[in-house]
Structure formats: structure tokens, C-alpha cells
Design a protein around this ligand. Sequence first.
Ligand SMILES: [Zn+2]
Length: 363
Amino acid sequence: MSLEFHIEATAESARRGRLITPHGEVETPVFMPVGTLATVKGVPQDVLEDLGVEILLSNTYHLYLRPGVEQVRKLGGLHRFMAWDRSILTDSGGFQVFSLSELRKLTEEGVTFRSHLDGSSHFFSPESAMEAQIGLGADIIMAFDECTEYPAEPERVRKSMELTLRWAERSKKHFEGHKQEVPWDCAGTQALFGIVQGGMDLGLRRESAERTIEIGFPGYAIGGLSVGEPRALTREVVAATIQHLPADKPRYLMGVGTPEEIAEYARLGIDMMDCVLPTRAARHGLLFTSEGKISIKQARYACDRGPLDPKCGCRVCSRYSRAYLRHLYASNEVLAQVLNTVHNLTFYLDTMRAVRHSISLGR
Ligand SMILES: [Zn+2]
């Protein structure tokens, strides 16, 4: 077994379902917290379990550089290494290579890049990205793609999309030949998802979807969005691309959005999403609440005895005051990051719980 996906209720385009990986079940639509370096910054794994996190995302590029894939593999893969028995998804490293690293050189074969940590030179190809992700051992792994920048000339977008398609075939071929090498002690293998590219061109998105489906994957991601385009355009591309994805396979929208946006994408028929926003914003004192976004550093909260969000039942809102959270943040205390992150993650997870409940009711 590598992956099962069951749709249990639908409401117009939205679907509620269950994703079953070798490490457990995931209720969809799901928001996946980002644990870049095998940690959701500031939050221990037992707290993530208490919050109801069923799957988290980790970044291949970062883990490849530090501590290194071979080390994680020798320690039994990511699940063992980070003491997380539930599901994990890794990205292919492509997005970070194109957004973080310097002096990258792109060829048909792959990408040469310099580490953002120490300037050392590295090479990623579809084959080496698969090798890295098999070594890390996440339940769901991603084909190596080129994330097209925005804006880009039409000719450039087509070439980039064609390259991603050739890389998708190579990714699948290498994965099929090596998937037994995953460092697990449980039954089953990983599942490799394909990624639809094509920039903001709806025709190219359709072509990319059709040709990626022809290659054949157990799930499909929509990549290349949230790269600086207006939000209305993101929504338009997502809505158009979904029309060309198979209804019986999970659909993963990569790297989006605000709480309102993730609810909207679920409404359009997206099953999986991830975003650094709740965790990154938390570390900057920006908190999502039922009354809107607040910046806890503001002086107006200095004597506020009330909870951060009166409608939130999380362990932070049920125990601490806004005044205390403001003090922690203003004093640069480590606990500020921990508590802020726990609340923001709860807000995102609750948003998805509400969405799933609405779908069950047919709304
Ligand atoms: Zn809360």
C-alpha cells in the first residue's frame, strides 16, 4: 500500500475525504503545517498531535543541506529521526533551489546551485531529488519541477512547462526503480505526486495537467503559484486548473494562503494545502483571530486581560491574556514564539475543521 483516497461527501465542487498513507489517516481538505527542518519551529511533536495535526510538510532542500539526507536515512528516515509517527510530505527541493540559492545554472540535466548556508556547490536533478526524498522517507513525495517565475514571457513559460514534464517522467522512472529503498520498518511504499505548471496561462495549465496525468501519478499538485501574482489571478488559475484534474485523486495546492483563501480553495475542490504564513506570522507577533488579524506588539494590549481570541478554544487562548502575550513578545521571550505559533496553527486547523463540517452538511 502506498496511498488510498476516499471521497466521503461533496458540496458543489468541494470534497471531504480521507487520505490513507502508510503512517495513518488524514482528513481532507487538510492544512499541512510546514516543518522546514524536521521541526515546526517552536512546537514539540506531542503538542502538534494534541492540536490534531495529521500530516506535516518538510523541505528537502533544507534537510539535504543540513543535517544531510544520508544521516537522516541512517537514523531510520524522517519519521524516526523527528519522532513523528503520523504522515509526512516532502517537497522536491525545486522551489527552494529557485528561490533561495544563488548562482544557479539550469540545464536539461538539472540545476547546479550554491548553498545559501555556506556557498558550497550542489546539483539537483529529477533522479537526485528522488534519491533524496526516498532517503528522507516521507509518505508523499513530489516530482522535481521548475517553478516558473512571475511575470514571464509566454515562450519562457512554455519551455519551462515542457522541461517540468520531461523531469516528471524522469522522476517517476527513478522512483519506480528505487522505491523499495525507503528506510522504513512499516509496510508500504511512498507515493509520488506530479506537479502541474504553466504559469498564469490557462491553456498551458490545461496542457500541463493533461500531459502530467498521461504520465500517471496517485495525486496531483498545482505548483508555480503564490510567486508574486495578484491573488485574484491565483484563484482564477486554481479554478481553471482543477477542471482538468481527475476527480478521484487528491489535489494539492502548494504554498498558499490566508485563512480566508484556504477555505476558498477548499471550496473550489482542493484537498491539501500548506503555507508558512501561520507559523512565520506568529514569530512576528501577527495573530489570526475570529475578529481579524492582530499585531500583539501594539501598546493597546498592554493591560488587556482578555484572551487572544474569545472564540478560540486552544491551550493559549484558554489560559493566557493578551497582556501577557504582548509582554512576552515585547521582551523577546522564546515562549512568545511557542504560544503564538500554537494559536495560529489552531486557527488554521479549526478553519479546515469548519470547512470539512460544512461539506458534510452539504453547504
Ligand atoms: Zn487560540
